[in-house]
Design a protein around this ligand. Sequence first.
Ligand code: ADP
Length: 620
Amino acid sequence: SGTTKIHQQDVQALIPLQAAKPRPELRFLQLLWQNWRILVPALVAALVASCCAVVQPVLLGRIIAVLARAETLPQTVARSSLLRKAGGLVIVYCIELTCTITFVSLVTRSIDRSLRQLRETLFRKTLRNDLGFFDNIGRFEIEKTISKDISIVRDSIWGNLSRDRGLRAMLEIFLGLALCLSITGVVGAPIFGGLVPVVATLVAQMGLRNGRLASAVFAKDSTIQSYLNERLRGVRLVKAFGAEKREQRDLGNLLDNAEVDSNKFGVSKAMTEGANRVGIYFTIMTYFVLGGLMICAGKITYETFACLTGFIWILNFAMQGVSYTITDAAKAGASLKSIYALLDQANAFGRAQKLINSSGSPQTKLKGEIQFHDVSFHYPSRPEASVLQGVNFSIRPGQMIALVGDSGGGKSTIAAMVTRFYAPTSGSVTVDGIDLQSLPNKVYSRYCSLVDQDPILFQGSIKENIAYGLPDEDVSDEEVIRAATEANAHEFIVKLKDGYDTIWSPESNISGGQRQRIAIARSLVKSPRILVLDEATSALDQESERIVQNALERVMKNRTVLIIAHRLSTVRTADKILFVKDGQIVEEGTYDQLCAKKGGYFQTLVHSATELVGNATSSI
Ligand code: ADP
């Protein structure tokens, strides 16, 4: 086709071309700001609540001042003065309560909305890419970013919604300082203007250091989780090789490694905790001494001193809270960096694919003729290893082509080009003459189905699993049953306790062969024109293998089939056999033609297979 082609290897080159992006934190704030209709009232509520909070100590101080004079005042005067001041305090409390509830609930809602949007965008943009993207980034990394990193950002924000944390703490420090300075004038400057910035700088430094260390601990934790995840999934392998001790040792090493960071974090946290305490005591003592000296010198009254005492407490707690906030912000910052890095990579990869997709035509009706035109390929994750070189072949509609050859030769890779898991590095794969990369996935996926050796079923009922074959449509029960019948699965499904509603989970008591037949039914729901099969049924017992084989033979009729053949009986019935070796097709022809080629690759393979097993249905 005449479209401009940009393949995956160019994606790396594309990335530097993008305009420099703002910092992840800023991008996140921009996202949050999209909900400004919720955020603005929330911020106003926070401001009012903070005003109330800093006014309280002043009102309390006034009560203390009345108490100090109570003995010298007439009883009724003292009582009414006390009650009036207490009444004022109650009103302030009520306003603060209302505003706090408003602030917390609105911020929570807006954060949830923004993070949900971010999660959905990440998932959508990630899924849009072909498998090269997943090889490049790593599935665990993607999963970690979409699930954990987003949770970390959310928890950091949630944890900072209380009075003495985050925004409220900062507002209280600023408002409180302004109030104190307005009450004491220049006289209070050495106490509030001098002491607070020193303590605040120290607190911020410690908070930042803690945040960095916490992120390092989290990164190591992720490595351990990915290790455990892999080993537990592959527990059969571990057992089969008696590798329990070795795995124990490997985990020990990872844990040792993580412990170093964790210890550093522990020490740093302990120091912050200690410093915070001592900081509080020290500020209070300084305040009392300086304030006392000022009272002695007649610069402030006892009432002013009393009013500001409560505020010193608020200030201390708020500064302590700011230190935790900075720690949380640094942690959230590291997660935001991963989140936006993934988003940018998904976008860059997607953009490259979009250029290829640009000539798609959704109305296309396909007959299923497949052609490989000089296809070369390397996996994006291993650009140095060329896997296919100049592969040319064609399959006419309804034909069955068998791929044979030694393992590692590139058979699965050729199949992955037809299922469009990967795009060719150069050359093209066409269906009915249309470049596969220019067909929207929605269109092509209706025509092409894959049945592989170890099919995956998702947790859910058997019916849901079969209907997954047509994910965007309501699949009727009749269609599910038709597909299951075609796949030789109907009979066993109806015998299960809940029939088609039986829930499949890895623990459920459904055999490998049955699982395979459910997967075949799933790929038949959409009545595909093109079938890509990996024939290996070696994991099955003979009886299941025979039933699955029967199902496969039935579904192959009247369809274009590309099969990675493992049996001589299959290659015999194939319309054409392609012998794949080192990424090239080295022999091509019918069974008889290839068998007649003395000393050819195929003939050698067939001879060794028949000699080994001695019958025509044996495995090759
Ligand atoms: P076959 O199906 O004939 O056994 P494959 O197509 O699976 O061969 O593999 C061909 C080559 O591609 C092998 O060298 C293999 O290591 C490599 N390969 C397969 N899958 C990937 C992948 N996802 N990433 C990188 N290299 C891969």
